[in-house]
Design a protein. Structure first.
Length: 710
């Protein structure tokens, strides 16, 4: 080789071609194991061939401000480039690095050739006694990754162009091989990492290439069966396991293969100790391009203990629930036992009241009765709630008049509302059916609870109860009830709380208003049992609207209600009332009666309307007059009307706040033919009109002035 080192004339001698061929051939087959050895060999071959003194390869580190010699060769007796191969700073040779970044190579044949700026390079040149140096850049994907240096220390030499070209090509083989080896190493590292993960995973993982054939398994899966990975991999289930286990596994695999999409299943299978374990298997098919399953990847968790714990928990929950139901049942059963003595107390207090007592004793009895009443309410609420919780509460299914039920519920609270100076309206809209099937007393209970809360939590303003039919489905009416007040309202963050048992919006409520916090919880359950929902909208300080809907089977629609009032056709009625809501309600109840309705808001407008229509077809025949208006009382208006010839025949109906004995007498004296108490009930209103016009005799319920009208 030595002779050839003087580089032969004629560019490509045999030795030259052999060198190139050898290097390329070798580097095609190099792998990460023999890379370093082969690289060193190649450097030696090149060094000897060109009669050089040393060759070295630098590669940049991950941090590109550092570099390291990866391989070096030096002629016998020549000092190696570096004694220790360790990381060096790239910018120790700034000029050189700049050069090879832009060019494929740099040749320095004489120290004098260095420009002034190459201070460090010159220094190294002199220090190491280098005579000639060829530095070739090493690139991968157009990025500089290092450089290779060919040096002569013993003699100067001149590089020829084709020599340089060949060395550039060889350098390319070096850098490409290096890139490939790095990639290979990274891949191997990744694989090793994955294997570590797989084999240290507590979860069992395996891949099947068909229903009975394992492709790969992890340690955990092999361990479960007390086997080694290699016992399972590329083996058939029936060659590994006993027949029972193999049958079970293949049946489960069959099921998972059938799915051809991610699936899950639980199987009970014996582990290596012969214990039955519950495995939760999740599978995911890996398909080839044609959509056939190539592998079924399975993972499994041993959920034996977890399932046992769940069962225990479920049992404990069942027991707790059973105990709870038993408690509620006990309370519900106590209903009768508690109520009977309470009724006894009431009865005896009544009897005691009718005996000869001092004023002080009477006072005591009144207090005792009032306290007992409160106690009975509370007991009833608690019993209702326990019945609901014990699932013992049943809903009646009886036919009842919806309108009457609603109006009765409202009437019950009228005295309290009046006592607090509150207006209480009821508006039952036109589509609401007349008769339905359901539980009227439970409906009354809900309304009673909502209205009594409204009265309780309102100090001024009004309360309205509106009922509407939202829709009809298969002979069932979906009815919406709204109880609206102008009371204290409820804070937003308390709204969810109030429908829970024993919950009040805030504790100060109990102090100020009393109550148990059960009413809404019971109402909410009752509404649910009637196929609906309850909720509230409220603004603190402005008021609340409680809304609920129920489903009730229709027996008789409003349109089927017969009034038999044909004679009202062509009749004109005047509503005199300063309250627009009352006017609206009365007006709505008079729709479809044939009456033509006029509305005014005070006494003087009433007189004007009556006079201006006197000789027309709008002549007023009947007037409903509120007992108290802004400009005059109803009585004063009646007095005035009686003195006017045009109006003295008009039938007058008085609308009063509360029915008192004196009212009936006074009304008669002032010339009213009947009177109605607020809130107005539609049937009473129509009966009063019929009686006033002489279309209907007194029906015994008393619609004439000498009796109460409602
Ligand atoms: P109770 O009235 O016996 O306390 P409820 O279940 O009927 O029990 O009501 C629960 C709480 O909801 C009441 O204590 C009150 O704080 C609030 N609440 C109910 N209705 C109204 C209302 N109309 N206005 C303001 N707060 C109300």
């Amino acid at each position: 080789m030595k002779g050839e080192g003087n580089y032969p004339n004629g560019s490509h001698s045999n030795g030259f071609l052999k060198l190139i061929h050898n290097t390329f051939q070798k580097f095609l087959d190099v792998n990460s194991d023999n890379y370093q050895i082969e690289l060193k060999k190649s450097l030696e071959e090149i060094g000897l061939f060109f009669d050089l003194d040393r060759i070295f390869i630098y590669y940049f580190s991950k941090d590109p401000t550092f570099m390291q010699i990866e391989s070096q060769w030096n002629k016998k007796g020549i000092k190696p480039k570096r004694e220790i191969e360790e990381e060096e700073v790239v910018y120790a040779f700034p000029w050189l690095i700049r050069q090879i970044k832009n060019k494929d190579f740099v040749v320095v044949n004489n120290v004098e050739e260095f420009p002034d700026e190459a201070v460090f390079e010159k220094e190294a040149f002199l220090e190491e006694g280098i005579k000639t140096s060829l530095i070739v850049s090493l690139k991968n994907e157009n990025k500089l990754i290092g450089f290779i240096g060919y040096e002569s220390l013993s003699k100067p030499m001149t590089w020829k162009e084709d020599q340089i070209e060949i060395l550039i090509d060889i350098s390319k083989a070096f850098s490409h091989t290096r890139a490939r080896i790095v990639k290979e190493k990274t891949y191997k590292k990744t694989l090793r990492g994955q294997a570590i993960l797989l084999n240290n995973s507590e979860s069992q993982i395996w891949a099947l290439s068909n229903v009975t054939f394992y492709a790969a398994v992890n340690e955990a899966h092999a361990r479960f069966f007390g086997k080694k990975k290699s016992d399972l991999e590329y083996q058939d289930l029936y060659d590994i396991f006993d027949i029972d286990t193999a049958n079970k596994l293949s049946a489960s695999n069959w099921e998972l293969f059938q799915k051809s999409e991610p699936a899950q299943k639980e199987i009970e299978i014996k582990n290596f100790k012969g214990e039955n374990r519950l495995l939760q298997i999740k599978s995911k098919p890996q398909k080839d391009k044609t959509g056939n399953i190539k592998y079924l990847i399975c993972t499994a968790e041993d959920i034996t203990e977890q399932r046992l714990a769940e069962r225990e928990l479920y049992k404990a929950k069942e027991q707790a629930e059973a105990a709870n139901i038993a408690k509620s049942q006990f309370l519900a059963n106590m209903s009768h036992e508690i109520r009977t003595p309470m009724n006894g107390i009431f009865g005896f207090l009544d009897l005691l009241q009718s005996t000869n007592l001092s004023l002080e004793q009477k006072d005591f009895i009144r207090e005792a009765k009032s306290a007992s009443k409160v106690l009975l309410y509370i007991i009833n609420d608690i019993l209702d709630l326990s019945k609901i919780e014990a699932k013992k509460l049943t809903m009646e299914k009886i036919r009842f008049n919806l309108r009457n039920t609603i109006e009765d519920a409202v009437s019950l609270l009228v005295p309290k509302a009046i006592e607090k100076g509150l207006e209480l309206y009821t508006m039952i809209r036109a589509g609401v059916p007349e008769e339905v099937v359901g539980d009227p007393s439970r409906l009354r209970q809900i309304l009673n609870n909502l209205i009594s809360n409204a009265v309780k939590f309102t100090d001024k303003g009004e309360i309205s109860v509106t009922v509407d039919c939202l829709k009809e489905e298969n002979e069932t009416a979906v009815l919406n009830f709204e109880v609206k007040d102008t009371g204290i309202g409820i804070r937003k963050d308390h709204i969810d709380k109030i429908f829970k048992s024993f919950s009040q919006a805030d504790t100060s409520t109990t102090r100020k208003y009393g109550g148990t916090g059960l009413g809404l919880a019971i109402s909410s359950e009752l509404v649910k049992m009637m196929g609906g929902e309850i909720h509230v909208e409220s603004i603190l300080g402005e008021g609340s609207i409680f809304k609920f809907d129920v489903r009730l089977k229709i027996v008789k629609r409003a349109s089927e209600q017969k009034f038999a009032f044909e004679k009202l056709d062509g009749m004109n009625i005047l509503i005199v009332n300063d309250d627009v809501n009352n006017r609206k309600i009365i007006n709505s109840y008079l729709q479809e009666t044939g009456l033509k309705v006029f509305e005014v808001e005070d006494g003087s407008s009433a007189i004007t309307t009556i006079l201006s229509n006197a000789n027309t077809k709008n002549k007023i025949n009947i007037a409903i007059i509120d007992c108290q208006m802004n400009d005059m009382s109803g009585y004063e208006l009646a007095n005035t009307l009686k003195t006017i010839p045009f109006s003295k025949d008009i039938k007058l109906i008085l609308l009063t706040n509360i029915t008192q004995k004196g009212d009936a007498e006074a009304a008669k004296e002032y010339g009213f033919s009947s009177y109605l108490s607020k809130p107005v009930r539609r049937d009473d209103l129509l009966a009063c009109i019929a009686i006033a016009l002489g279309l209907k005799k007194e029906d015994g319920e008393g619609h004439q002035v000498n009796e109460t009208c409602s």
